[in-house]
Design a protein around this ligand. Structure first.
Ligand SMILES: [Cu+2]
Length: 175
């Protein structure tokens, strides 16, 4: 074989490798597939941060996101946002967030979210924040949140046109 042929074969092999979709952020755990894990950069001094993931249940039974943990945070809770007497409030989901079989649940700004309390350091855009989610059936699942800009409404590359609710701009929001 000539070195030219070897070069061609090498290039083809490399192209094949590069063409394989690299979706490192897709995490499988039992029947669950977790994608689009992201968070927002926090302004200096902020002690809380949100966390967002998309969870698909490919199984035949419901599962439940019951909590989580992160080295960067003192505590992680699963929250929902809701209108309460005209005021947007959020509260922890005591019984967790149910992921019905065959359904996809998206945590996003203005809706369900992970709440990270007592941040030990600011979240910086471009960083990856390792977190562990805890599911009733799938158990503990490690993944990392891609840190987007401070005002980001979605993960990088996603259609961010919907859901323009910004927690920080909501007057009277109670923790
Ligand atoms: Cu919250």
């Amino acid at each position: 074989m000539t070195s030219f042929a070897r070069g061609i074969i090498g290039a083809l092999l490399l192209a094949g490798l590069l063409a394989t979709p690299v979706r490192a952020q897709d995490v499988k755990a039992g029947d669950l597939v977790i994608t689009q894990a992201w968070t927002r950069a926090t302004p200096g001094g902020a002690k809380i941060g949100g966390g967002y993931v998309t969870i698909e249940n490919k199984g035949a039974a419901p599962d439940r996101l019951i909590g989580g943990s992160a080295d960067v945070a003192g505590k992680v809770e699963v929250h929902e946002m809701a209108m309460n007497n005209g005021v947007m409030t959020m509260r922890p989901l005591d019984k967790g967030l149910v992921i019905e079989p065959g359904k996809t649940v998206k945590l996003a700004p203005g809706g369900y979210h992970l709440m990270m309390f007592d941040l030990k350091s600011p979240l910086k855009q471009g960083d990856k924040v390792p977190v562990t989610l805890e599911f009733e059936k799938a158990g503990k699942v490690k993944l990392s949140l891609d840190v987007q800009g401070i005002g980001a409404q979605g993960p990088a590359g996603a259609d961010n046109s919907g859901g323009n609710m910004d927690m920080k701009k909501m007057p009277g929001m109670k923790m």
